[in-house]
Write a protein that binds this ligand. Structure first.
Ligand SMILES: NC(=O)c1ccc[n+]([C@@H]2O[C@H](COP(=O)([O-])OP(=O)(O)OC[C@H]3O[C@@H](n4cnc5c(N)ncnc54)[C@H](OP(=O)(O)O)[C@@H]3O)[C@@H](O)[C@H]2O)c1
Length: 319
């Protein structure tokens, strides 16, 4: 069977892991890479063993042999870059956050639908075997009724400059809030009906840390705390009436700890080298089935996530 051919837009740090995942996937193949600078593309291609190189995103988008374009560019460029891929008839996997507003996210989905093309926000966490096992445990009510999800992300050493620029889509919420929102919507499968948030803003107006609380339709509270200011825990704790689950680095987790009170602690373990492989396998399967939208990482999640992010930014600025 012909492999699904991926083109990579940009030379971001994340692409090493993505290339590893495509190569580890059953049906994916890395076909080409582009940068706004031919030199940069050449260097990255040499390091990663990619044969076809383009010195512009436009040239990549026009490559007739490509199936999917992966868009891991700076956050504020996602919409324009994903649109370029769609305009040239390519399916798209766009890094999180899909765009910087609900309006732009909706426009991407609408345009992809009009062109009969697949588009998905890259949310690797919801494809992880650990996430799926935790979801099963929750749905089979092993913890009893779940009342509290406590998400914590700590990134004390942000190593890139655009993080500190709001227009580029920097900051804690754009950077990691979408991890929490998509993960929580996937686990609960419930609409998030209320939310409020606060942030510590830099002089340039970027949220260096933020905290928010959401309420699900079933009544559970979901709190998210993301900090780049101090070394804190990066852990998700889920509390039910009969027990709790703990997942370190939930967005790339290979392990989780399940404790049903009064019973021995149980460990879930799924070692893997490139955790994005499950997401890539899923995209390949969607394309094989001719789908234009993922039934797992639904457009609804991306749209809700973008809307809540818009609202939380209003909270941050009005506090
Ligand atoms: N899913 C995950 O596990 C995960 C993890 C980390 C990051 N991410 C996401 O992946 C994306 C990339 O993150 P990163 O930290 O790897 O980024 P990065 O290393 O800072 O690279 C960003 C890339 O964007 C391209 N770009 C396009 N327009 C640009 C502009 N106007 N200014 C600067 N760069 C521009 C550049 O490629 P060229 O110069 O080659 O054109 C650059 O290499 C982000 O959206 C981030 O949220 C996802």
């Amino acid at each position: 069977m012909r492999k699904v051919r991926y083109g990579i837009m940009g030379t971001a740090r994340i692409i090493d892991r993505f290339v590893g995942a495509v190569r580890a996937s059953e049906k994916g193949e890395v076909h080409a890479i582009a940068s706004r600078s031919h030199e940069k593309a050449r260097k990255r291609a040499d390091g990663l063993g990619i044969d076809i190189i383009y010195g512009s995103y436009e040239d990549l988008a026009k490559d007739p042999d490509l199936d999917v374009i992966y868009v891991p560019t700076i956050n504020h460029a996602h919409k324009e870059n994903a649109m370029l891929a769609l305009e040239n008839g390519k399916h798209v996997l766009v890094e999180k956050p899909m765009t910087l507003s609900e309006k732009d996210t909706r426009e991407l989905f609408d345009y992809a639908r009009k062109k009969n093309l697949f588009i998905m926000e890259a949310q690797k966490s919801i494809f992880l075997p650990v996430t799926n096992e935790v979801k099963r445990i929750l749905h089979e009510q092993e913890l009893g009724k779940v009342h509290l999800f406590d998400y914590n992300i700590s990134i004390p050493e942000v190593g890139f400059r655009w993080f500190y620029d709001k227009k580029s889509g920097g900051g804690a919420l754009y950077g990691s809030g979408n991890y929490i929102l998509a993960h929580a919507m996937n686990l609960t499968e419930e609409k998030l009906i209320a939310h409020t948030g606060l942030a510590t803003l830099s002089d340039e107006g970027v949220d260096l840390q933020c905290a928010f609380v959401l309420k699900s339709l079933g009544g559970a509270l979901i709190q998210g705390k993301i900090t780049t200011m101090v070394q804190a825990d990066s852990v998700l704790r889920i509390f039910g009436e009969k027990g709790k689950i703990e997942i370190r680095d939930f967005w790339k987790a290979r392990e989780a700890k399940v404790e049903i009170y009064g019973e021995p602690v149980r460990r879930i373990s799924h070692p893997v080298e490139f955790e994005m492989v499950y997401e890539v396998d899923h995209v390949n399967a969607c394309l094989e089935k001719g789908l234009y939208e993922s039934p797992v990482m639904k457009s609804l999640y991306s749209m809700e996530s973008a809307k809540i992010t818009d609202d939380l930014w209003e909270d941050f600025l009005n506090a």
